[in-house]
Design a protein around this ligand. Structure first.
Ligand SMILES: Nc1ncnc2c1ncn2[C@@H]1O[C@H](COP(=O)(O)OP(=O)(O)OP(=O)(O)O)[C@@H](O)[C@H]1O
Length: 513
């Protein structure tokens, strides 16, 4: 049973019998004046030497975990490795450096006349508690975009990422990308049996390339389910880390990845012209796409450029005419909220979170065709006739915004009901008849978490859509923050096609609706 359930620590379950016949104290004495105790959530370190070190002020990184002059508590979450070798006990952990950063640190104790079996068993229990259901010693392909953000990704990798991965005994294979699109080539040809994780030290642009590289392979489905794509926030747009790691901190994101639990991720096929590619984060047209893509010239304003861009478009009452057909799954906010609450406590195994096992819709093609490549399109491409039951409706929108994750940036929880693998995209449309005042309220409400409840926010869970822009020579369509041609496109979601690592194993780090 334990092997089927990612939320049960298999090592713990299997070892219950071993433990029963092996009376091991939770406290390990590691010297005359020191002991280590496995507490509920922390390792409690009692060491007379702390007092002395404190008086010499040489134990700064440990001070935030101080319980008393000679006792410290290290959360199991922060412990990344422990081993007993050649008479020495070594515990590697992420020590708090500031409120928003951790750094690799080590505790060493040489033990005279050790009871090796007892110590090894104690170490095993410590590592079990430190990792829970998360895989240890992950094999990580790291891709660093040297141009991401303000060009500091390489420096941050060396300072914050690599030391923690090494402390966790991960296998590391790092490559700096040399040109745009190289991450697609690398992952299209990656030996997926040799790695567990592809980690992008970048903005959201590199994960977008990685999903698409894996998606181009003849064994796309296998590759996308085996390899967890993760993000270490080094760019200017870092929504992925916000959703999965709950942080913009490079070192805290690295720790979240070391401890992350494989989680299936819905991916979206976009069909435009003759091409098909994948989106993992969002698709937008109208005001949000322009803010994403057309405010580069005022980048010096920082986050304020979005507010400025939004207000100038609002004053001009800019609208975006288009024809839209949507395959709606839920359009009632209370139903959507109940759905999210149900999913929050859903502990279905991973295998049940991929594909549409009980798809009651019109088409069985989703499970037919090539078993290995990308799943067939249930709703066809943009060039096919409109699927049965879909209806093109003319709209005059201010914004068409479709999300697969909750946060679109730090504190920008646009899609609070989004879930990693419920098999739906979340769609927010803002219509032209929304007053300027309401539009401003909406903008402000995104930060204070009240966006979902504003009556004028038109929020739906959907399976697919087609958009055809009208009466505009040119404009902006943004897919995961990347610009694509201003031309008709169609989207449909594939349940749990991709894989990421999350802290919970099934939710984003957002509050929910
Ligand atoms: N060596 C390179 N030279 C130029 N472009 C690169 C290189 N490596 C990656 N890229 C491209 O940089 C783009 C943006 O990358 P990323 O999202 O990592 O950073 P970012 O700072 O958030 O960027 P942006 O704000 O421009 O989206 C990606 O499309 C990627 O293909």
């Amino acid at each position: 049973m334990a092997a089927d359930n990612p939320f049960v620590d298999p090592v713990t379950s299997e070892d219950e019998t071993r433990e029963a016949s092996f009376t091991v104290d939770s406290t390990l004495t590691v010297g005359r004046d020191a002991s280590l105790t496995l507490g509920t959530d922390t390792l409690i370190v009692l060491d007379e030497a702390f007092e002395e070190k404190d008086s010499k002020n040489c134990c700064g990184i440990f001070s935030s975990s101080k319980i008393s002059a000679n006792t410290r508590a290290i959360p199991f979450y922060n412990i990344v490795w422990a081993e007993f070798r050649d008479g020495e006990l070594v515990i590697d952990y992420a020590a708090p450096k500031s409120k928003t950063a951790v750094q690799a640190a080590t505790l060493n104790y040489r033990i005279e006349n050790p009871n090796e079996a007892a110590i090894e068993f104690w170490v095993m229990k410590l590592v079990d508690r430190a990792y829970g259901p998360s895989q240890r010693r992950k094999r990580v392909k790291v891709l660093v975009n040297p141009h991401a953000g303000r060009g500091r990704a390489v420096k941050w990798y060396g300072r914050d990422v690599e030391p923690l991965l090494k402390a966790a005994r991960c296998t590391i294979d790092m490559v700096k990308t040399k040109y745009s699109g190289e991450a697609i080539e690398i992952t299209e040809n990656l030996d997926v049996d040799a790695y567990d994780v592809v980690a992008c030290c970048s903005g959201d642009g590199l994960p977008y390339e990685v999903f698409n590289g894996l998606g181009k392979r003849p064994d796309a489905r296998n590759a996308l389910s085996r390899i967890a794509v993760v993000h270490i926030p080094c760019g200017s747009g870092n929504a992925m880390s916000c959703n999965l790691n709950g942080t913009y901190s490079v070192s805290l994101a690295t720790l979240a990845i070391i401890k992350g639990i494989p989680t299936p991720l819905d991916l979206i096929s976009i069909s435009q012209g003759e091409t098909r590619f994948l989106s993992f984060l969002s698709q937008s047209l109208g005001i949000v796409a322009e803010l994403d893509l057309a405010t580069e010239h005022i980048r010096w304003m920082g986050q304020a450029r979005f507010t400025y861009g939004f207000l100038t478009r609002l004053i001009k009452q800019t609208t975006y005419p288009c024809d839209i057909a949507v395959k709606v799954a839920m359009d009632d906010k209370s139903e959507i909220r109940e759905h999210w609450k149900r999913e929050k406590v859903n502990r279905e195994p991973m295998s049940e979170r991929r594909g549409y096992n009980n798809f009651e819709d019109d088409d069985a093609s989703a499970r037919s065709g090539n078993e290995d490549g990308l799943p067939p399109l249930r709703y066809g491409t943009i060039n096919d006739k409109l699927p049965d039951g879909w209806e093109m409706v003319p709209h005059n929108l201010r914004s068409f915004y479709c999300g697969n994750m909750a946060y679109m940036a730090m504190d920008q929880d646009f899609f609070p009901a989004a879930l990693p693998n419920d098999g739906y995209m979340d769609l927010v449309c803002i219509t032209a008849d929304t007053s300027r005042l309401t539009a401003i309220q909406m903008m402000l409400s995104v930060e204070n978490g009240k966006f979902f409840d504003i009556p004028e926010v038109w929020y739906r869970k959907i399976l697919g859509y087609r958009v055809i822009p009208r009466n505009q020579e040119d404009g902006y369509v943004s897919i995961d923050g990347e610009r694509i041609p201003f031309a008709p496109f169609q989207a449909e979601v594939h349940r749990g096609l991709g894989t990421v690592l999350t802290k919970s194993g099934h939710l984003y780090e957002a509050r929910g609706p």
